[in-house]
Ligand binder design. Structure first.
Ligand SMILES: Cc1cc2nc3c(=O)[nH]c(=O)nc-3n(C[C@H](O)[C@H](O)[C@H](O)COP(=O)(O)OP(=O)(O)OC[C@H]3O[C@@H](n4cnc5c(N)ncnc54)[C@H](O)[C@@H]3O)c2cc1C
Length: 286
């Protein structure tokens, strides 16, 4: 018979994960829809009693986002302007009810190509903390997600936090989501950019990621290198010359591959302009 457990400490959760096979339940906003009309036969490990996995904190070198931090908490917690893309994405996840229940780690572990949380965390060089009874490991987010619904998480591991190095939390960032309508919509394509300018207005460093245009969201490292040293005013031309070889969009009900590729170019141009020219913070302030 299937078991249900709601541990009150991470240690207890890890002990259970070592003993048996479980499906982890956080906010349930991906978990339940994925069941469809199938009855539940697996053991359920409900992590909603793990208070220690909730909220955002700082060490000397990193920002640490607890696995169970909800999108609403991301929006409300004060963070530097480099996190603006992450906050803008949080505001675009479903509706307010979904943002209250859904968690950051749930979004990453579900590993949908259209997960809005992934590009903003990729441009912050986030690492995923995984814990098992054997110990802990940190995996760069770009290596954590292997493809559509596939991650490197082992069955005995739980994601406990996301770590953002403070050295990557510089500059300003922005996020843009393209959907068939403005709210409560799955992305056709989305992009996040973080731009660090020199005192002379030229690009010191740019980090750019695109989602929903490949099996897992991708950093555009070729474009990032092309932009280094350019004046912020010439970003649009550079994006126009870029071939977006990292992307492999598919045709589906939301859009054709050709449309997605063209849209990716346009939304990358927009997020770069938002991050470089004015920053997204004004929109966040409300
Ligand atoms: C109406 C609706 C609209 C939505 N709109 C959007 C949207 O616009 N953009 C978007 O990106 N997503 C959207 N989603 C998807 C979902 O809300 C998010 O992905 C959310 O962040 C998932 O978090 P959760 O806590 O609910 O995860 P859950 O559903 O509880 O879990 C999701 C998966 O992650 C695993 N998991 C969860 N936490 C952990 C952990 N700590 N360690 C290991 N495994 C774990 C679970 O086992 C499960 O496989 C929407 C969902 C709904 C129902």
């Amino acid at each position: 018979m299937a078991r249900y457990a709601k541990p009150s400490s991470v240690e207890e959760a890890l002990h259970l994960l070592k003993q048996d096979s479980w499906r982890i339940l956080a906010g349930g906003t991906d978990f339940y829809p994925s069941l469809g009309s199938r009855p539940l036969h697996e053991n359920i490990l409900d992590i909603n009693g793990l208070a220690e996995l909730r909220g955002t904190s700082e060490t000397g070198t990193h920002f640490v986002i607890g696995a169970r931090t909800s999108w609403t908490e991301v929006i409300r917690h004060p963070l530097p302007p480099a996190f603006d893309a992450f906050k803008l994405a949080a505001r675009e996840v479903g509706s307010i009810q979904i943002q209250n229940a859904g968690t950051v780690a749930g979004n990453l572990c579900n590993a949908s190509p259209a997960a809005d949380g992934v590009p903003p965390l990729l441009v912050l060089d986030a690492e995923v903390e995984l814990r098992s009874a054997e110990g802990a490991r940190l995996v760069p987010l770009g290596k954590f997600i292997l493809g559509n619904r596939r991650t490197v998480r082992r069955p005995d591991e739980i994601v406990t936090a996301m770590h953002v190095p403070k050295r990557s939390a510089s500059g300003r960032s922005a996020f843009f989501k393209l959907g068939a309508r403005r709210y409560l919509v799955i992305s056709i394509a989305m992009a996040a950019a973080r731009v660090d300018l020199n005192g002379d207005g030229k690009i010191k460093q740019a980090a750019i990621a695109v989602g929903a245009c490949s099996a897992a969201a991708q950093r555009l490292s070729g474009l990032e290198r092309m932009l280094e040293g350019l004046p912020a005013s010439s970003l649009a031309d550079a994006v126009g010359r870029y071939e977006f070889a990292e992307l492999s969009p598919i045709d589906d009900v939301r859009g054709t591959a050709e449309y997605r590729r063209e849209a990716a170019g346009e939304i990358v141009r927009r997020v770069l302009a938002m991050a470089a020219e004015e920053g997204a913070s004004r929109e966040i302030a409300a």
